[in-house]
Ligand binder design. Structure first.
Ligand code: ATP
Ligand code: MG
Ligand code: MG
Length: 554
């Protein structure tokens, strides 16, 4: 889908086009995940921004794995990322790249900087380098190795590459300015020694480029015109530009880095590191737990790519961080499912109702529409019989004012069936309600055109002898209400201990045909989706996608 809304990034691009900055080149963007975890809704915002920007200007969109950190990366993550981006609807076509494929080129560029006197091998320890770097208010101190001859740095760097030194003994640093007010410009480390096996290059390398050195080069190699990243990289932009300015290959044309605000959502956890901790600690059922706002978790929960696209479109792209209310996302989830899903009946907390004047062995198959707002979803048949279940919420023995559902002496409509009146409440010795005895009026059959009298309440129901049982997983937010949380509380304190409730649902028999991933509205209860991991033909499992009530207004 093409983005129509404007944003400040489009304004910059249009200015660049007007100034003929990119000559005959197409606008070119990229999404550069590090394959060290699964993607989340924040990444979705970035993917769609990059993809839609390329689409809008008839340009190109790359998927690039930023895999320069071998100890944290894995092919499992590469595969999940590809699946999630495809599902989201962004198409990289044949433009899939791995930063690790550029290691040789990066190494050559490092040599170029050394030869130009712009990089040096430093023998200080990591701790010393940190000390020498200084702080925001104090200038840095130059390393005693900073002015070693170019030739010596070159030889040492080659030895680093050839595996002659152990991890951590030397690094290659850019030679910029130890007194720069921007700490990122105080001779940043650009290569480190790391004897580790890489998921792509195996043991070919024992030196690895640092992110801030690798990223501009990756963008440069791929001909990216606009490198869109999140705000925390704003202070890194001078170094991004410094690298490209000092490499001969990028004298002519350089990608432009533009920062935008990260998506932050209330009542949830975004951030791979935190999600990974929940997964590793067994607090959730893997990366695709439906409570997580990972793309795979959202998919399993029953959220659609269209809902995510529409939500991202609505929040837009800004230059300042802000927390988005999750209720707004839920609005877009419902908004997309509303017309797409069939509305079926399910009882999550049953009370049995016996319709005492209905024949014992009779079943009527009543025709009912699947979605009154979408005629194309057609009709189905539902069985009606003497014993039914209704939701416990729909009955009160002593009703408050304005309660229009079932109570002793009151008449309500059973959705798609008949009016019933409650005559008797049957209880056990302890006073617990066992069942309700009601009578129905045959003249009030749905669709018969009966206009004799009106009732104020309509409730849903299933036939007790025809319904099927399934597991329903009802989710609440993973994070407690922000207002309950102390300033200094740890992540664990923020976790809602009651974020999942498992219950038995009684479903109309039509739902026996439901397949993993199928989505429905359970009338008056919420949107539900068949779980893709745990649901089987003999034991259906439904996930609550979102309830029906909205607290957010567009
Ligand atoms: P996290 O902060 O969750 O660990 P990351 O930024 O380390 O994410 P990367 O794999 O490096 O993860 O992210 C790829 C791209 O996604 C980056 O360009 C990053 O800026 C962007 N991105 C990550 N989180 C968000 C977010 N919450 N909102 C928008 N974009 C994001
Ligand atoms: Mg990152
Ligand atoms: Mg991160």
């Amino acid at each position: 889908s093409e983005t129509t809304a404007s944003n400040f990034i489009y304004n910059i691009i249009e200015e660049d086009i007007k100034n003929n900055l990119y000559k005959n080149e197409e606008i070119h963007t990229r999404f550069p995940p590090e394959p060290n975890g699964y993607l989340h809704i924040g990444h979705a915002k970035s993917i769609l921004l990059n993809y839609n920007t390329a689409q809008k200007y008839g340009g190109k969109f790359n998927l690039r794995f930023d895999d320069t950190n071998p100890t944290k990366e894995d092919v499992e993550y590469v595969e999940s990322i590809k699946e999630d981006i495809k599902w989201l609807g962004a198409n990289w076509e044949d433009r899939i790249f791995f930063a690790s494929d550029y290691f040789e080129k990066m190494y050559q560029y490092a040599l170029e900087l050394i030869d130009k006197g712009l990089a040096y091998v430093d023998d200080l320890s990591a701790e010393e380098i940190r000390e020498y770097r200084g702080t925001l208010n104090t200038p840095g101190k130059e390393s005693p190795y900073r002015n070693r001859p170019t030739k010596e740095s070159r030889e040492l760097f080659e030895k680093m590459k050839n595996g002659e030194f152990p991890d951590g003994t030397r690094v290659l640093r850019a030679k910029i300015d130890m007194s720069s007010p921007n700490i990122n410009m105080r001779d940043p480390v650009i290569y480190r020694i790391l004897h580790a096996t890489h998921h792509n290059t195996s043991n070919k390398w024992c030196i690895y480029p640092m992110y801030d050195f690798a990223h501009p080069i990756e963008d440069g190699i791929e001909g990216i015109t606009h490198s869109l990243c999140t705000l925390e990289f704003e202070d890194h932009r001078p170094f991004y530009n410094w690298i490209l300015e000092n490499l001969d290959d990028y004298k002519e044309r350089r990608p432009r880095q533009i920062e935008f605000a990260k998506l932050q959502l209330s009542r949830t956890i975004i951030g791979k590191r935190f999600i990974k901790k929940l997964v590793d600690d067994g607090m959730v059922d893997g990366w695709d737990d439906p409570r997580l706002m990972t793309i795979s978790g959202m998919r399993r929960r029953g959220i659609t790519p269209e809902a995510i696209q529409n939500f991202c479109e609505e929040i837009g792209i800004a230059k300042a961080n802000s927390l988005v209310d999750i209720a707004m996302f839920e609005h877009f989830i419902r908004d997309d499912l509303k017309a797409k899903t069939r509305r079926l009946m399910a009882i999550l907390d049953p009370i049995k109702v016996v319709i005492t004047n209905y024949p014992e062995d009779q079943t009527e198959w009543l025709e009912i529409h699947n979605n009154q707002d979408n005629e194309s979803l057609g009709y189905r048949k539902i069985p009606f019989s003497r014993e039914i279940y209704i939701d416990r919420d729909d009955f009160m023995e002593v009703p408050p004012k304005k309660y229009f559902r079932l109570f002793p002496g009151n008449e309500v409509r059973l959705m798609g069936a008949y009016f019933i009146t409650c005559n008797n409440v049957i209880k056990d010795d302890a006073g617990n309600i066992l069942e309700l005895h009601c009578t129905y009026d045959p003249e009030t059959k749905s669709g018969s055109g009966f206009t004799g009298r009106k009732v104020k309440g309509t409730i849903h129901w299933v036939s007790a002898s025809h319904c099927i049982k399934a597991e329903a997983r009802l989710y609440d937010y993973l994070i407690k209400d922000e207002s309950d949380i102390e300033e200094d509380s740890s992540t664990e304190d923020k976790i809602n201990p009651n974020s999942m409730k498992v219950t038995t649902a009684y479903l109309e028999p039509e739902l026996a045909k439901a397949k993993p991933g199928d989505k429905f509205q359970f009338v008056r209860n919420g949107y539900f989706c068949v779980d893709t991991k745990d649901s089987t033909e003999d034991h259906l499992v439904f996930n609550l996608t979102v309830n029906l009530k909205s607290s957010w207004r567009p």
